[in-house]
Write a protein that binds this ligand. Structure first.
Ligand code: NAI
Length: 331
């Protein structure tokens, strides 16, 4: 199959090309897939997209007109794909449901530990010959209550790590996971989770029901100085409400790997440009906030797994072996 790989970076090229072994004709396009670039799909059989590509109805109709039969997403989330429009256009959508839940869970823990022990501040101080401990006081994770929202593959991996630290883990999910129920973690209502957690980590998908799940109302119910970690999707958090929570001291630490308005910023080197996003600039001005640029997935193991499943999805589609591929359907 002839595949246009959008939003491609050198690391995508390397991993996909290695796994592909010349099975498909892969064309790497640096530009994101959106209304301006969808036209580039002409002459291809499939497009391969990533987290910040726009696959709305307009884009999908252009893909259909250009003869695209498959949208092979090389990520787990598919909130950026209009599945109903794809179905109406007769275009199949596949994704990589699981590549390394450990990569994301471990990054959430990295953000938590860095924030709690002020590693980012200590790193800068020591480089300036400043060994003062003033302001660097943290807290033991042992014995703290950790609230986990979304207990799928990543949530489960995160829960197991936090239990290993000696934390009490409480979690919320409309569909409890038997593997989580088999641990010492306890399912509670969202209200109880907000009220009792010292640390809250988000591991649910972005859906209409989870959009801004962290908002002024939920922040109001949280403990004072709560630590909030989001490695899932930016729009789970109402950024303005979180900024207010940081200003008032209600939120003690914030670790973000994803950001509501990340689409035009993340994955690119914008260091020669002025940061025009005032909300992000405000977030970056807090000493108790760490933002990483959607890198939680970014391990060797995860990139190899992503390439394997993506190529397998394309091959399975070509051979009409739909049982062997990871199809996403409109609900
Ligand atoms: P999963 O599908 O295994 O688990 C998601 C869980 O969220 C499910 O158990 C589901 O029942 C639950 N959920 C759905 N609605 C909910 C609600 N209203 N409240 C609480 N829980 C709810 O997904 P997985 O693999 O664990 O990934 C979770 C999310 O992590 C993805 O949707 C994606 O947005 C994000 N992600 C981020 C990456 C990064 O690099 N930062 C990489 C990969 C995934």
């Amino acid at each position: 199959m002839k595949v246009a790989v959008f939003s491609s970076k050198p690391y995508d090229n390397t991993h996909l090309t290695t796994v592909n072994e010349n099975t498909h004709e892969l064309f790497f396009i640096e530009a994101p897939l959106n209304e301006q670039t969808a036209i580039l799909s002409k002459g291809f059989d499939a497009v391969c997209g990533f987290v910040n590509d726009t696959l709305n109805a307009t884009v999908i109709n252009t893909l259909k007109d250009n003869g695209i039969k498959l949208i092979a997403m090389r990520c787990a989330g598919f909130n950026n794909v209009d599945l109903a429009a794809a179905e109406a256009a007769g275009i199949l959508v596949t994704r990589v449901p699981e590549y390394s839940p450990f990569a994301v869970a471990e990054h959430a823990v990295a953000l938590l530990l860095a924030l709690n022990r002020n590693i980012h501040r200590a790193y800068n101080r020591v480089r300036e010959n400043n060994y003062s401990l003033h302001g660097l006081i943290g807290f033991d994770l042992h014995g703290k209550t950790v609230g986990v929202i979304g207990t799928g593959k990543i949530g489960l991996a995160f829960i197991k790590i936090m239990l290993g630290f000696g934390c009490r883990v409480i979690c919320a999910d409309p569909y409890p996971n038997p593997d989580v129920e088999a641990t010492d973690a306890e399912y509670v209502s969202l209200e109880t989770l907000w009220a009792q957690s010292d640390i809250i980590s988000l591991h649910c998908p972005l859906l209409p029901s989870t959009r801004h799940i962290v908002n002024s109302n939920s922040i109001h119910q949280m403990k004072d100085h709560v630590t909030l970690i989001n490695t899932s999707r930016g729009a789970l958090i109402d950024t303005r409400a979180v900024i207010d929570g940081l200003k008032s001291g209600k939120i003690g630490n914030l670790g973000l790997d994803v950001y509501e308005e990340e689409a035009d910023l993340f994955f690119e080197n914008n260091s020669n440009e002025i940061l025009r996003d005032d909300q992000l600039a405000r977030l970056l001005s807090f000493l108790n906030v760490i933002v990483t640029g959607h890198q939680a997935f970014f391990t060797k193991e995860a990139l190899t797994a992503i390439a394997n499943v993506t190529i397998n999805n394309i091959t399975g589609f070509e051979k009409n072996d739909l049982e062997s591929i990871c199809i996403v359907k409109a609900q």
